[in-house]
Design a protein around this ligand. Structure first.
Ligand code: DGJ
Length: 685
């Protein structure tokens, strides 16, 4: 039987094999087609001294007995120092499964790999089954380790931030030791994205990426050893203590995904984008409708009259879906009450919510609604009826954040409540868009009356969340679901496959937003990036920018408007309508196209190129100073484009160029005080 298996993707391959003793599975090569045909770039020569061979080898999935010193993926109790032996393997189509068995504990591990022929992302997950007679506990149960050759040190790129500053790219060099990002919040978190790019410090072309499809607490840790191998461990962290694995039970890890590109961090982004488009399946080709969202215009001061006034103007601007944000339900004059009581407030909608929705629909708009269904305010009927439904530790105070508690969604009664509430709203009202928010992480790790060792609160919450999202998508396929968590606090590959669009940040101030979107697009595709044109210079960032700048910025993904358009002048409304009309014919290119960053927000050439089936759209901004630009001699900014036919001619912005010129010299743009952003179609002539 072959003891080596190669998974082949669109442009990459991933080869794993067994060492002589079959004690683990190890990486042999991961890179472009053909990379496996030669000595393994992650193999080593020489003898492991003062450590075990497993600590040095490129082990794919290591229990603590196999990798005792360098950091394991799996720690099982009471059987510590677990090791195992190869049992069986099956490789058919794009799926590889390799089984190991520990004869002492009876733990069976099935290592799964999938690399689709049209993808460059290898998906990995492990199924751990207790075939023994005694109960086991999983103290650590990662999804796997990805090994990358980094002979000159590892250059690591990651995305970090906090509320209103999400997706800030950062780079660090790791010579020895460990670099770790993660979340212990019970949710993906604002602090770090489950995304890491790894390069050799001297070669920033070849780039390997690791990401995690998990919406609870997680960890991605990169460790570089003395022999130049960087191993990236990714997976859940058992924040609630060891996870029980009784006899006969199976635990399935989340999918850890590995991506490869020869084209740097930007190339890696294209691989992740393509993967997220695959995850969207046939929902990808649905038209991404232009939305209006009421949050920044009215906050909690929601009234039928105020919302209809906004909706009427929104319809004139060309908006297609009107979304009423927070504040529409009973007991919600502010953020101190109401969460949990998902009934429209009759005082705010005196003619009935149905009538209100009908009026919005009568304007030719689809209707959307904001919900935060995993939450409850202490000031609510739900909490009065079910104080035991929130996470809490017996005898300890409960922590409020934004005046609210988190419901214990892992309880079947809470899951039923949340599902039936949402299902009921979607059945009762003519809703085609649901914005699902989540504004606080979990603090108390407990469920009254249940012993700690029986709880995997994180796992149960996330599993219920996925089930509800999947059920809603199945039963209400016409409804677009927007994922939100106080901005971008819940963005990961698992959510990317269960929601249609994501709200990356509450920060909509233009220059800050440009940065946030630039970071977001390193890891996530534009069809998942909701963006609004908002009013002011910005709550977070007072640097003013034109309406054009804000429209082009919000057109970089799924366009929305969040300003108080009641106060826009006729000129502003007319300009807005023109931008919406310009966005609609190119939105499929923007939301489904291949993305090339021409230059980031800190560069003079600040632009993004989108290409879909030969159609090319460029969005460009001047993020720098504007003063006097049109009064002094200067050379235009040049935006070098990619992927054109050098010999063909193209029209852009009213003149023609050769493809060669556009790619080598670049598209010229002369920014002026009155011209600081543009959306340009590059049309073959
Ligand atoms: C946080 C979200 O990120 C905002 O867009 C808005 O929906 C508020 N919550 C509403 O409370």
């Amino acid at each position: 039987m072959s003891r080596e298996w190669t998974l082949v993707g669109a442009t990459t391959e991933y080869t794993v094999g067994l060492p002589e003793d079959g004690g683990w599975l190890e990486l042999r090569a991961w890179g472009p087609h053909g990379v496996s045909d030669g000595p393994s770039p992650v193999g080593y020569v020489g003898k492991a001294q003062y450590m075990t061979a497993g600590d040095v080898a490129a082990v794919e999935y290591a229990p603590d007995g196999v990798r005792p010193f360098a950091g394991p993926d799996l720690v099982v109790r009471p059987a510590r120092a677990l090791s195992w032996a190869f049992e069986d393997a099956s490789h058919s189509g794009d799926l590889l499964k390799v089984d190991f068995l520990d004869p002492v504990s009876g733990l069976r591990a099935a290592l799964h790999y999938r690399l689709a022929p049209d993808s460059d992302v290898v998906e990995r997950w492990v199924e751990l089954t207790n075939t023994g007679a005694a109960p086991l506990q999983l103290a650590e149960a990662g999804s796997g380790g990805f090994c990358v050759p980094t002979p000159h040190g590892a250059r690591l790129t990651y995305l970090s931030g906090q509320w209103a500053q999400e997706f800030t790219p950062a780079t660090t060099e790791l010579w020895r030791g460990r670099f770790e990002i993660g979340s212990a919040l019970g949710v993906t978190g604002h602090q770090f994205s489950p995304y890491l790019a790894v390069q050799d410090a001297r070669d920033t072309g070849q780039t390997w990426g690791v990401a995690l499809a998990w919406t609870g607490s997680w960890r991605i840790a990169a460790e570089r050893d003395a022999a130049g191998l960087t191993r990236v461990r990714a997976g859940r962290v058992a924040v609630d203590g060891p996870i029980a694995l009784p006899p006969g039970a199976t635990f399935v890890t989340p999918v850890a995904a590995g991506a490869y590109s020869a084209d740097g961090v930007d190339g890696l982004a294209r691989v992740w984008h393509a993967y997220e488009r695959r995850l969207a399946g046939d929902r990808l080709t649905r038209t991404r409708k232009v939305i209006y969202n009421s949050w920044e215009a009215t906050y909690f001061d929601v009234t039928a009259a105020g919302q209809l006034a906004l909706a009427e103007i929104a319809a004139e601007l060309g908006v297609e879906t009107f979304v009423v944000d927070d504040g529409w339900f009973v007991g919600r004059p502010d953020d101190h009450g109401g969460l949990g009581d998902w009934t429209p407030d009759p005082a705010k909608f005196p003619d009935g919510f149905d009538t209100f929705v009908g009026r919005v629909r009568g304007l030719g708009l689809d209707f959307g609604l904001w919900v935060e269904p995993e939450m409850v305010n202490p000031r609510s009927a739900l909490y009065e009826a079910h104080p035991d439904w929130v996470y809490q530790v017996d005898g300890r105070p409960r922590t409020t954040i934004r005046n609210q508690y988190l419901l214990d969604l892992g309880r079947p009664d809470v899951e039923r409540f949340v599902h039936s509430t949402l299902d009921g709203l979607l059945r009762q009202y003519d809703i085609t868009y649901l914005k699902w928010d989540f504004n606080r992480p979990r603090t108390e790790p407990g469920r009254p009356g249940v012993p700690d060792e029986e709880l995997d609160l994180d796992g149960a919450h996330v599993a219920a969340l996925y089930r509800i999202l999947e059920a809603l998508r199945r039963d209400h396929p016409h409804v677009t679901v927007e994922g939100c968590a106080a901005g971008g606090g819940r963005v990961d590959l698992a959510m990317a496959s269960r929601v249609d669009v994501v709200w990356p940040s509450d920060n909509t101030a233009p220059i800050d937003r440009l940065r946030i979107q630039d970071g977001y697009l390193r890891a996530h595709a534009p069809h998942l990036m909701s963006s609004w044109v908002t009013d002011s210079t910005g709550f977070f960032d007072p640097r003013p920018r034109s309406l054009a700048f804000r429209f082009v910025l919000a057109s970089a993904g799924v366009l929305g408007i969040g300003a108080d358009i009641r106060h826009w002048s006729p000129d502003e409304r007319a300009e807005a309508a023109r931008w919406v009309a310009r966005y609609k014919p190119v939105r499929d290119v923007v939301t489904r196209g291949e993305v090339h960053r021409v230059g980031g927000p800190d560069q003079e050439r600040c632009a993004v190129q989108y290409t879909l089936e030969g159609r090319v759209v460029v969005l460009a901004w001047n993020p720098g100073p504007l003063d006097g630009l049109d009064t002094v001699p200067a050379r235009p900014v040049r935006l070098p484009l990619r992927g054109l036919d050098p010999a063909a001619r193209y029209e852009a912005g009213g003149r023609t160029y050769s493809g060669a010129h556009l790619m080598s010299v670049g598209l010229p743009i002369r920014w002026t005080v009155g011209y600081d952003a543009d959306m340009i179609e590059i049309i073959p002539r």
